[in-house]
Write a protein that binds this ligand. Structure first.
Ligand code: PMT
Length: 219
């Protein structure tokens, strides 16, 4: 399977988690493995696209023919994305970007003392919304990781972040989503909704990219 449906397209995508430092030895992060985003990068390259992959810290090999830029934090991810975005016509935000970072990162290792401690957090920039605003002609696809009211929250993000499409996954389902080999998506655009049932992430990536190509062609 590799019909060259995406020949001539330039895809920028994010994958994996971000890591937000607490001090030189600790961080906050999440369970994203990067598998979904790397599957999208591999499938898109096979389908003829030029692919740039901005990856958070993951343990995965770079798919053949893909240009990879490694980052750690959300702020670094935003910087790498903004440096690349003007060269691309499709953006997919598959990374699980931390919504918050530590307000003041300690320069030395924090020592154990009181029974309780509090960390002050500040909001991270929203990469997807920033990209969609910066370049309205870019075809922008978000992901939505939800544990409840999947459709309501996904549609809300589609509208609020001004996206062309959003792929929602219910990450409360055992064996799918974060750090799993399989996933299932419900893909929304302004007019329609398509169910992509549970299967391996590479097959799902091909199905999602085919939907993106159909939408681009219809524009
Ligand atoms: O990496 P895997 O283990 O394969 O798992 C795949 C996945 C579950 C991580 C993936 O399928 C997925 O759902 N990715 C998006 C996770 C997420 O952060 O969802 P969200 O609903 O919190 O964010 C919505 C969208 O905004 C996402 O496209 C996200 O990349 C983007 N975002 C969020 C916060 C932020 N500060 N900047 C962003 O760009």
């Amino acid at each position: 399977f590799a019909p060259k449906l995406l020949t001539g397209h330039k895809l920028l995508l994010t994958a994996g988690p971000t890591r937000e430092a607490i001090d030189p030895v600790r961080y906050i992060s999440n369970h994203s493995s990067g598998k979904m985003g790397f599957a999208l990068a591999k499938a898109a390259a096979e389908m003829g696209a030029e692919v740039t992959l901005v990856a958070g810290p993951v343990n995965l090999a770079t798919p053949h023919g893909v240009k990879r830029i490694d980052v750690e934090s959300a702020e670094q991810m935003l910087e790498a994305v903004m440096a690349q975005v003007d060269e691309h016509n499709i953006f997919i935000g598959c990374a699980a970007v931390a919504d918050y970072r530590i307000a003041t990162v300690a320069t030395d290792k924090i020592k154990k003392s009181a029974e309780q401690m509090q960390l002050a957090l500040v909001r991270n920039p929203d990469i997807l919304a920033t990209v969609a605003q910066h370049k309205p002609k870019l075809f922008t696809v978000g992901f939505a990781a939800e544990t409840q009211d999947v459709e309501k929250y996904a549609r809300g993000k589609l509208e609020k972040k001004q996206l062309d499409m959003i792929a929602a996954n219910d990450v409360s389902i055992q064996g799918l989503g974060f750090n799993a080999d399989d996933n299932a998506l419900v893909v929304f655009d302004k007019e329609s909704c398509q169910h992509l049932p549970a299967t391996n992430k590479l097959t799902l990536a091909r199905q999602l990219l085919t939907l993106i190509e159909q939408k681009l062609t219809a524009q």
